[in-house]
Design a protein around this ligand. Structure first.
Ligand SMILES: Cc1cc2nc3c(=O)[nH]c(=O)nc-3n(C[C@H](O)[C@H](O)[C@H](O)COP(=O)(O)O)c2cc1C
Length: 165
């Protein structure tokens, strides 16, 4: 059975939940998936492929996602890898393809990633923290679309099965 690591970096839980949705969709498609915070992963031993997801903050991927990719660059380079970002606090990610921010695009090139997706984000209207509270005054809500996430993950499962066949 193909085994996939879904590693995520999330500040307020929205990206963590997207990672869980990816894991659930992979399992539904017959692929084994472990969903773990990126900072908790020590090795990729035992995994055939990886999905790495990070929340976007001020135009950058969450620092734990950046650290994860740098720290595990060699292991990732030897496996099929997909990246995702979350995101935009409006409908843009559902209406069109939102390109990765430049730092994530660089990682994607370096890892020869099979794909990248930007999913909408979530911010509570009463978000804590100076910056978050400020952003929430004009842009709060839940813009994540579980069906779109599941479709993306099902595509990953299809690709993995065709590679292993
Ligand atoms: C201070 C702050 C800065 C943000 N900057 C960006 C950004 O540059 N690009 C973007 O698409 N979303 C941005 N967001 C939205 C977050 O990415 C979104 O809320 C996301 O769902 C957070 O994920 P998390 O709940 O896993 O931490 C920002 C949110 C906050 C509070």
């Amino acid at each position: 059975m193909i085994r996939v690591l879904v590693a995520y970096a999330s500040e307020r839980g929205g990206t963590a939940e997207i990672a869980e949705w990816v894991g659930a969709a992979l399992r539904e498609a017959g692929v084994e998936a472990d969903v773990r915070p990126a900072g908790d992963v020590e090795t990729l031993d035992g995994y055939d492929a990886a999905v790495v997801g990070g929340a976007l903050y001020v135009g950058r991927w969450h620092r734990e996602a950046r650290h994860f990719v740098r720290h595990h660059a060699d292991e990732l380079a030897h496996r099929p890898v997909w990246l995702f970002s979350s995101g935009p606090l409006d409908r843009s990610a559902e209406e069109r393809t939102v390109d990765p921010v430049s730092g994530v695009a660089k990682f994607a090139r370096r890892l020869d990633a099979r794909g990248h997706a930007t999913f909408g984000g979530r911010l509570a209207p009463d978000a804590k923290g100076f910056m978050a509270a400020k952003v929430a005054r004009t842009a709060s809500g839940d813009f994540r679309d579980r069906d779109r996430v599941a479709e993306w993950a099902a595509g990953i499962a299809r690709e993995l099965r065709s590679v292993s066949a």
